[in-house]
Design a protein around this ligand. Sequence first.
Ligand code: SF4
Ligand code: SF4
Length: 155
Amino acid sequence: MVRPTWEDYSKCIHCGLCLNACPTYRLLGVEPDSPRGRIHQMILVEEGRLKLADSFVRHIDLCLDCRACETACPSGVQYGKLVEAARAQIEQHHRRPLFSRLLRSLGLRHLLFSLEINNADRPFGADSPVASFGTDARRLRIVEVVFVARQHGVW
Ligand code: SF4
Ligand code: SF4
């Protein structure tokens, strides 16, 4: 994986035009769970001004990696490249809590993605801010995000 450069991070001009495109921002309504907020945290971690600890990990974990923010960004931020680098950093330098490690080792993610949710089982209604975000697999990812959010006490 190619490590992002300062030029990659600095393309974000904090305009906020990506916010409405981001399902986690629309769902949770907080800046640290927006593309702009996550990029800001990545920069702080790169500069050593924010610890690569639970808070940062939680906000990066909650990102769906859907890249809707890339499409909306007028500045050409390659968000996918940035979040993948952040995730690689986390896996290399952060020891997750035991419960989280257990879930991952049990392959919950693969189990979730192997299930199918039909329309009647959708976790969110048609008016939900996340209803328009794609495939069943993506909705399952959202279920996973909600699970992680609850696990970390977001609500
Ligand atoms: S739209 Fe692009 S430049 Fe604007 S805040 Fe979002 S990531 Fe940054
Ligand atoms: S990849 Fe999707 S969830 Fe992650 S910050 Fe971008 S729009 Fe939001």
